[in-house]
Ligand binder design. Structure first.
Ligand code: AMP
Ligand code: ZN
Length: 445
């Protein structure tokens, strides 16, 4: 397999470090309803796991759920997103986390994403977080301010490398009134202290006062505990490169003295009608919004897989309609396989396309144009998770009998009877296409 590695900015041959491919996916912050953009990356990482397995690799994948420490700024300022959600909904942050974690996991299932082998909640790793801060401090990478324990990025010479950050430029561009006790503008909190009077329900005693972990730390400690670094592939959204992933790398090196991951994969953002997804533009569509307009989660997954994970993609309802039609056409071809001998044996070409840096767009074009048999379609379903066959079961003997009766009525020029049978079948969701081989059926939806 070939994958684009953000670390080297090149497409490289992928070879796992050990027997099992170790993959970590930065998961969602569970504080509100996900919009369709939030599923983009997971659809491609699902494809990654499926593609690796079909190439014969064993895979262990860990997904985290962030339920503490992610501030509204992505940096060290602002309110904790879970605390903010709790305040707005009049609930506790734990209730908010439980509720939205379930929403996310239910929707992942609706999108036919393979469940991760481990689903790790950040708040279950607080002891590990404290140990990691101890280690970083012992090794001289941190300093304390009134606000928390900070990572001193000046102590980690490679800090800027991963994201190709311009630290001098960042320092120069820092706000003039920058009044924090941070020593360098790129320094970041590994642990935050809760100030007297500050409302923060999620709190743990550490270093003699209440506090909570900085956002990035959970990923470093979960990986350390559940997979052991270096892992093979770390995935996330493109927005994670400059802050979150850069900081995870720094923390792992400082606490454990090791490289975090061999490959880094990042999914680009999708736009809607050419604009970024935002509440103020009213385009934060959920899966339910799509369903209300007659599109299933599988139509949306088809839309995602019809493009490449790298490069901005623009979502429109017209393009979703095209994906719906493409999936329907594929299902019509599956229905055809039940009725007629098809030539196949093309799956290797399709897998090869996806194995080339997850080029699902190229694979879709191949599928559109190749003659395929049922065995090909079964494997395509294993690769894409599109419920193509589940949603296209072979029809019952009773339906086949009706189709034969109608063919006979047509031969006898009894068009009244043949139309009646056609209408009856249509009511059952089955349409007929008359061909030289007799009538072929397909599903109407
Ligand atoms: P948010 O809750 O908005 O911070 O989003 C959580 C994660 O979902 C982000 O870190 C991104 O990786 C991903 N994400 C958000 N918006 C989009 C988008 N428009 N397209 C693709 N991924 C997105
Ligand atoms: Zn992460």
């Amino acid at each position: 397999m070939k994958l684009y590695n953000t670390l080297t900015r090149k497409v490289e041959d992928f070879k796992p470090l050990g027997d099992t491919v170790k993959i970590y996916t930065c998961g969602p912050t569970v504080y509100n309803f996900p919009h369709i953009g939030n599923y983009a990356a997971y659809a491609y990482w699902d494809l990654l796991v499926r593609c690796l397995r079909l190439n014969g690799y064993k895979v262990k994948r860990v997904l985290n759920l962030t339920d503490v420490g992610h501030l509204t700024s992505d940096g060290d300022e602002g309110e904790d997103k879970l605390e903010k959600g709790a305040r707005l909904e009049g609930k506790t942050p734990f209730e908010i986390a439980d509720f939205y974690a379930k929403v996310y996991l239910d929707n992942y299932a609706a999108m036919e994403f393979l469940p991760a082998d481990v689903i790790a909640r950040a708040t279950d790793y607080i002891t590990e977080d404290m140990k990691a801060v101890d280690l970083m401090t012992e090794r001289g990478y941190t300093y304390e301010t009134r606000d928390g324990v900070y990572f001193n990025t000046a102590k980690f010479a490679e800090y800027a490398d991963f994201a190709r950050l311009d630290l001098a430029g960042l320092q120069a561009g820092a706000r003039v009134d920058f009044s924090s006790e941070k020593r360098n503008v790129s320094d970041f909190a590994v642990w935050k202290f809760i100030q007297p009077g500050e409302k923060h329900a999620m709190r743990w005693d550490y270093l003699g006062r209440p506090g909570y972990p900085g956002w990035h730390l959970e990923c470093a400690t979960i990986i350390h505990k559940e997979l052991g670094e270096p892992i093979d592939i770390h995935t996330g959204g493109i927005d994670h490169i400059p802050v979150h992933h850069t900081n995870e790398i720094a923390e792992t090196y400082a606490a454990y003295g090791t490289e975090l991951s061999r490959f880094w994969l990042h999914c680009d953002f999708i736009t809607i009608d050419g604009q970024k997804i935002s509440k103020s533009l009213g385009n934060t569509y959920t899966l339910e919004d799509l369903e209300k307009r007659g599109f299933s989660p599988m139509d949306y997954k088809m839309w995602l897989l019809s493009g490449h994970y790298q490069g901005t993609r623009n979502f429109t309802f017209e393009s979703l309609e095209a994906s719906h039609n493409r999936r329907r056409n594929w299902r019509e071809r599956i229905a055809m396989c039940y009725q007629k001998e098809m030539k196949g044996g093309h799956f290797a070409e399709i897998l090869e396309a996806v194995s080339d840096n997850l080029n699902s767009a190229e694979a879709c074009a191949l599928i559109d144009n190749l003659e395929l048999d049922l065995s090909d379609w079964e494997k395509i379903d294993a690769l894409f998770g599109l419920r193509l066959i589940d949603d296209t079961p072979d029809v019952s003997a009773e339906v086949y009998n009706l189709i034969r009766d109608r063919d006979a009525a047509r031969t006898n020029k009894d068009f009244e009877k043949s139309d009646k049978i056609r209408d009856e079948l249509y009511k059952r969701g089955i349409a007929l296409n008359d061909s030289p081989d007799g009538a072929m059926w397909y599903y109407t939806s």
